[in-house]
Design a binder for this molecule. Structure first.
Ligand code: FAD
Length: 474
């Protein structure tokens, strides 16, 4: 589709310095990314409207027992649910490292709050609501407002069409200088392709629709994947299921076979095929009869509202071309993405991305030319190809192509990226204690997969973090 009345030249970023300017900016989504983007944009002097289709802030952290009408998540007309949280979920990062840099995620002495270092999901939602209140972001958010379409119109402005959920769904079109996309990327399931899966008679579902273990009581369950969710969910289900079989590409710290500490959990290599008689055949030749296959196989980036005339695409889960995972070289600063990187500490990363975007939009910070940005992107893609990294790992900031067990390798990329953003936005680099804490947590999780949330050895880093927090909490 052509972009009406617009040429590529109109959209390029001018290279000469320009006066500081306030823009009218649409932010899509009021999860952690959208909230901090709104704060940074307003701090920079922009006027902001945050579109949020839910009736509250928090995004992923708004737990609901509701699941989708298609549990596997492949039917495009299914009733969708945003969150992928399960009832028992506790954070996999300690609260000190997880919080925004200038709004520490410290325990509030209140009966309703969760004091644990790795708290349950309700505590994270409460923290995001505190953040929203503290910075008065709620007044910028238009709740129950779903963005249906975003496209460039005459004069390189953006038209954002939205409708009010649950009302007559009349579509409202508004014009903005820039759009910041913060719609999250843990909602659209990615499914493992297994020979025979269409005729396999058991129940199949994606971890997006897992909430509680009870429906799996006395069942034989096969989980595919080795992500954080697969590790948590397999343990959740093992309490009630007859047998739990995890099919994974790698074994992490352990080994294939019966898992220590469990009399009903086995680790297998990947599934080779499944058959109409209900059997599941693993690559090591073992065969079981199962009731359920649970795909813990990750998610796809999905922007159903975005029309860019093919300038931006999602190919094999690469959103691109994007300069520093944020700006399209062709569209310049007028469209940006917050929160695409994964295998990261999300909150401080989206905070830094938002500061950079806000500064670029006001002209306080300049972007390289379209050609320079494209060269940078092409060099990045070439480096991925040279190292044999598949496209779908483009936004993976861990060194390890998404494997949970290789967590220890994951330190470098995200912090290098954070520090690049910090330097280009005029902020101090990422705190040394946060880097060391991320590393220590990864190590601890490998050593104590069952108990890392309650036993640790990095109290000295907690003390350093608290010293740092005094700057923001007094
Ligand atoms: P989201 O939180 O998904 O927010 C996106 C928002 O956009 C939602 O509110 C949604 O309603 C809205 N939206 C989407 N489309 C539209 C539209 N068309 N119009 C209007 N609004 C729209 N991170 C950690 O730091 N620690 C953890 O322990 C941790 N555990 C996790 C466990 C699970 C199971 C999952 C799935 C994620 C976990 N994360 C964790 C990562 C988590 O996703 C991030 O912490 C963070 O919540 C991402 O925020 P976001 O704003 O990018 O996306």
């Amino acid at each position: 589709m052509a972009i009406p009345g617009t040429t590529i030249q109109h959209l390029s970023m001018p290279t000469a310095p320009r006066p500081i300017t306030s823009r009218h900016v649409a932010v899509i989504g009021a999860g952690a990314a959208g909230l901090v983007a709104a704060r940074e944009l307003r701090r920079e002097g922009h006027s902001v409207v945050v579109f949020e289709r839910d009736d509250q802030v928090g995004g992923t952290w708004v737990y609901t027992p509701a699941v989708e009408s298609d549990l596997l998540g492949v039917d495009p007309s299914r009733r969708t649910v945003h969150t992928s949280l399960y009832h028992s979920l506790r954070t996999n990062l300690p609260r000190e490292s997880m919080g925004f840099r200038d709004y520490p995620f410290v325990f509030k002495d209140d009966a309703d709050r969760d004091p644990r270092r790795f708290p349950g999901h309700r505590e994270v939602l409460a923290y995001l609501k505190d953040f929203t209140r503290e910075f008065g972001i709620g007044e910028l958010v238009r709740f129950d407002s779903e963005v249906a379409r975003v496209r460039i119109v005459e004069g390189s402005k953006w038209e954002v069409k939205s409708f009010e959920r649950g009302k007559d769904e009349t579509v409202l079109g508004e014009i903005f200088d820039a759009v910041v996309v913060c719609n999250g990327h843990y909602t659209e399931p990615r499914i493992a392709e297994i020979p025979g899966m269409n005729k396999w008679p058991g129940k199949q579902m994606h971890s997006h629709n897992y909430r509680v273990p009870e429906p799996f009581r006395d069942q034989v369950v096969v989980l595919i994947g080795s992500s954080a969710s697969a590790v948590d969910i397999s343990r959740d289900i093992a309490v009630v299921a007859k047998e739990v079989h995890v099919a994974a590409r790698t074994v992490g710290n352990g080994s294939f076979g019966k898992q220590p500490g469990y009399d009903n959990m086995w680790l297998h290599p990947m599934i080779e095929r499944v058959c109409e008689d209900g059997s599941v055949h693993f690559q090591d030749g073992s065969i079981i009869l199962a009731n359920v296959i649970l795909h813990c196989t990750g998610y796809k980036y999905y922007f159903p509202f975005l029309e860019t005339n093919g300038i931006l695409t999602v190919e094999d889960n690469r959103v691109g071309p994007l300069y520093k995972h944020i700006f399209s070289p062709v569209l310049g600063p007028w469209l940006s993405f917050v929160g695409l990187p994964w295998k990261v500490i999300p909150f401080p990363l989206v905070e830094l991305q938002s500061k950079w975007i806000a500064g670029v939009l006001s002209n306080r910070v300049s972007l390289p030319s379209e050609e320079e940005m494209m060269e940078d992107v092409e060099a990045f893609y070439a480096s991925l190809e040279a190292s044999g990294t598949p496209k779908r790992y483009t936004h993976n900031m861990g060194a390890s192509q998404g494997l949970w067990s290789d967590f220890l390798l994951d330190v470098a990329f995200q912090f290098e990226y954070n520090n690049w953003l910090a330097a280009h936005s005029g902020c101090p680099p990422i705190e040394e204690w946060r880097i060391q804490m991320y590393y220590a947590t990864g190590k601890n999780r490998l050593a104590r997969p069952e108990s890392y949330r309650d036993e640790w050895e990095d109290d000295h880093l907690v003390l350093q973090a608290r010293e740092d927090f005094i700057n923001y909490t007094t």
